[in-house]
Ligand binder design. Sequence first.
Ligand SMILES: Nc1ncnc2c1ncn2[C@@H]1O[C@H](COP(=O)(O)OP(=O)(O)OP(=O)(O)O)[C@@H](O)[C@H]1O
Length: 238
Amino acid sequence: MLLVQNLIKRYGKQNAVNDISFELQGGEVVGLLGPNGAGKSTTMKCIVGLLRKTSGEITIGGYDHLSVEAKRLFSYIPETPYVYDLLTVEEHLQFIAQAYGIRDWKEKGNELLETYDLTDKAKKLGKDLSKGMRQKVSICCALLPDPQVLFFDEPMIGLDPKAIRNTKRIFRELKEAGKTILVSTHLIDSVETIADRIMILKEGNIIGNDSLENLKKQFEQKEGGSLEDIFLELTKDE
Ligand SMILES: Nc1ncnc2c1ncn2[C@@H]1O[C@H](COP(=O)(O)OP(=O)(O)OP(=O)(O)O)[C@@H](O)[C@H]1O
């Protein structure tokens, strides 16, 4: 469903992403982990077309990632939520529904607002929302079109505990519904239970890419050894 081949992204002379290749099969949930500055956001932004890649090939559902056909297939939840200052919360959903041609969106929209405690904020303008509320609106907008593929960049940052719990539940529901998900996160436990595979980035390179079970074997982790232990082992400075 997602194919990334030899992706390189340079900022000036610095290689932020260093010739990486990976694939996500349809229905796969993959956690993208890495220390600060590893290149997670850069990778995601290149995939969704917000940053111009230096070189490489990216396809989504077999279409070039910059094509309209590819864009119809995915939603992206950025690390820093972007909301329109002069649209209310419900107008954001209406805007997305119109842009994607979704006719009966109100029921699902209301359910999403309910899930994220935004029902009483429906008439609030974007500019008057807190950072966490903006993040919630961004997640609601991404979920409304029911995309096949979801790219979440640090979705839990700024969310309160209830919203984190609801987002974890939504991850599980999306997985059960067969969606393909790439989620970058520092909150390792938020992907540990749902990810089919973990990819670990360090200094722009993929240094681990396997199921949690295999990563545990690779690192001879005993039963009960956590993903966090493996992560710290893999990313420690030599
Ligand atoms: N706009 C930019 N201009 C120049 N360098 C950049 C820019 N954005 C990111 N970088 C550099 O590219 C590298 C990768 O950054 P990126 O934001 O992709 O990392 P990340 O893994 O998402 O980090 P974090 O976990 O801190 O969000 C870092 O060395 C960073 O300094």
